[in-house]
Design a protein around this ligand. Structure first.
Ligand code: ZN
Length: 440
């Protein structure tokens, strides 16, 4: 280990993650889980294990003290003291690195549940974790010495893939607050540590304020593998016989409840419910059919154009005049064209189409089409026409008589044929014989 000031060739990396040597060494005492007791004036008494005594001349304990006030046989908390060197060596352990974890990161499946569960509500059902896999991933922290002018130590972080870790992510993952890794420590082979360490040195060289392409970073004082826990799994929502899933994946510490997106409505929600037919969707999308009382999806209901009630389409019919649905009970027959129309289109027993008939010339394409099928109608003049979604309503005014023809738009079949006196109020349906005569 070299603790001498950096030579001209080696550079000290620049990093926003800094701490004093004393702070690092106190951290080492904690992470190594030494038998340490805090005493007055920042002193820490370390009771040495049998095998550690030789390094300190056979003593049973050492007193660690702040470097500036260490006196007598107290050991200064400095990287170049006997205690400092010994702690750094011990940190290096068997594989060359200390092992630690971000303090307070979720470790168990229970911790993950605690983070996710409070966000969800399932009406009339329940939810649980259906599979949750927790894995540990090695981030590396390289700790470099400072300079004579600026003795703070500098940490450089490396992600498991060898890339640098943004300052923001260091904070979010808790890499600046590392605790002992605990047992059992996840395994990593030395080659992997070396490879991450090389990546870290390249990052350190690049992050230096000196822009020298041949520059290399000085050797790190300490290397720490920070084990970051990753969680991956599924939430299972169950209502009656139906179920839906929501997958999650991410660093355990950063896990946040995500909304579930309903299959049919496409609504993203934390609140799930089911229709009466057992379809799970967003509770916000549930609605009740005002005719049947059934719980369904809002998008499955239509609005009755007469009553304004929200009902299932099966209780409605489309009005041929307005083109809008209405409850079956809200239909009546028009006195003139004989169509079943919604009450919204009726006024004084006449549908809107019959009320709004417009004069047309005999060569109007619609009229010409009708006459092509029913030649007899050509004998009539002064036509008026209206149309609904399904029929043409045509009326001709003669000198003594009027004629009404209601013709199916698709088949041109006659739905109603009637006549009336010039000034008589009502229509009289033509008999079969009269029909033949009128149409041919
Ligand atoms: Zn009508």
């Amino acid at each position: 280990m070299s603790t001498s000031p950096p030579t001209a060739d080696a550079i000290v990396p620049d990093s926003p993650h800094r701490e004093s040597a004393e702070s690092l060494l106190r951290w080492a005492i904690a992470v190594l889980e030494l038998d340490a007791t805090d005493a007055a004036d920042g002193r820490t008494v370390i009771a040495l294990a049998e095998e550690d005594r030789e390094a300190f001349g056979g003593r049973e304990q050492v007193v660690a003290a702040p470097a500036e006030s260490a006196a007598g046989d107290e050991q200064p908390l400095a990287v170049d003291s006997l205690l400092g060197a010994w702690l750094l060596e011990k940190l290096r352990g068997r594989d060359g690195a200390a092992h630690a974890r971000p303090a307070g990161q979720p470790m168990s499946v229970g911790d993950v549940s605690t983070k996710l569960f409070p966000a969800y509500t399932v009406d009339g059902g329940q939810f649980r974790l259906a599979g949750c896999q927790l894995t540990d991933h090695p981030f590396l922290r390289l700790t470099f010495p400072g300079t004579t002018d600026d003795p703070q130590l500098r940490h450089v972080f490396v992600a498991p893939d060898g890339s640098s870790v943004s300052e923001e992510l260091v904070g979010r993952l808790g890499l600046n607050d590392l605790a002992a890794a605990g047992k059992p420590t996840p395994r990593i082979d030395e080659a992997a540590i070396r490879s991450l360490s090389s990546a870290g040195r390249r990052i350190a060289a690049k992050s230096s304020t000196r822009r020298d392409p041949s520059a290399r970073a000085i050797d790190p004082l300490a290397t720490t593998v920070a084990w970051v826990r990753h969680a991956e799994g599924r939430l299972l929502f169950e209502i009656g016989e139906s179920s839906e899933e929501l997958a999650f994946s991410g660093w355990a510490r950063l896990l946040e409840p995500k909304p579930w997106t309903a299959r049919r409505s496409g609504t993203a929600t934390f609140h799930l419910a089911a229709t009466d037919s057992g379809e799970i969707d967003a509770a916000e999308e549930m609605a009740v059919c005002q005719q049947s009382g059934r719980r369904v999806l809002r998008e499955d209901l239509v609005t009755c154009s007469v009553t304004g009630r929200h009902v299932l389409p099966e209780f409605t019919e489309k009005c041929p005049v307005t083109g809008r649905p209405a409850l079956r009970s809200e239909f009546a027959v028009c006195d003139q064209c004989g169509q079943r129309v919604s009450r919204a289109a009726l006024e004084e027993s006449l549908c809107q189409a019959c009320r709004d008939m417009t004069p047309v010339r005999k060569d109007d394409p619609r009229l010409a089409w009708i006459m092509g099928e029913h030649r007899g109608l050509e004998r009539w003049n002064r036509w008026r026409l209206a149309e609904t979604e399904t029929v043409y309503i045509a009326r001709a005014d003669g000198l003594t008589k009027r004629l009404l023809a209601v013709i199916d738009k698709e088949s041109l079949a006659v739905r109603r044929l009637a006549t009336a006196g010039r000034f008589a109020p009502g229509w009289v349906d033509a008999t079969k014989a009269q029909q033949t005569e009128l149409l041919h």
